[in-house]
Ligand binder design. Sequence first.
Ligand SMILES: Nc1ncnc2c1ncn2[C@@H]1O[C@H](COP(=O)(O)OP(=O)(O)OP(=O)(O)O)[C@@H](O)[C@H]1O
Ligand SMILES: [Mg+2]
Length: 210
Amino acid sequence: MFKEVKYKDILNIKHLSIKKNNITCIVGESGSGKTTLLRLLNRLISHDHGEIFYHDQPLSQIDPVKLRRAVTMLPQTPATFSGSIKDNLLIGLEFAERPLASDNELYELLKRVKLNKELDQDAAKLSGGEKQRVALARVVLMNPEVLLLDEPSSALDEDTEHIIIEELVNYTRKRGKTLIMATHSKKVASQFSDQMIEIKDGKIINGKGV
Ligand SMILES: Nc1ncnc2c1ncn2[C@@H]1O[C@H](COP(=O)(O)OP(=O)(O)OP(=O)(O)O)[C@@H](O)[C@H]1O
Ligand SMILES: [Mg+2]
């Protein structure tokens, strides 16, 4: 929940409540503040006015590492690390010193993001949209409570986009997750969201279910 939150002169949100276990889409034109809003939610940046609460606790009082384990972000331009697809999938778990997933689990995950590739394949040789899906799978593997996805389907064609978002939505519902996604696609937002937040010049101008 946001109360009177300001970030520089970029965002100014009087009140915003994002619901648990919902699919929330953030829409708005380029430069309106979608990425900034997502970055505030896991403290990649800190607001300079007001307060943001996660489960009724002010973000400023939650250990950032713990917060990011529960509220994990897929950046708008995700990194691809040198090495295989498997290396790229496991790097988040390795970094967090958590148990790794088996090859079988990883193949299941690749199937979910519609990537018919071998785990030992060089990740550098994937297409832009394939890299985007590996990065998405990496976030899903981290098993966070809240997934913050910044334009997760921007590099995908419309059909693949539909399949991937539908898969994500099913996953979110089945596993009781919360999905917060910035998207330039109003079609995706209106079709899949429970809650839609429209931002213009850093302000919320429209909200479905807000
Ligand atoms: N670190 C920063 N310092 C200063 N200004 C910034 C910073 N990050 C973003 N901005 C500015 O804040 C505004 C909102 O940027 P933001 O990245 O949140 O937009 P967006 O809605 O995600 O756009 P897009 O759809 O292009 O990804 C833009 O005008 C941008 O130039
Ligand atoms: Mg953005």
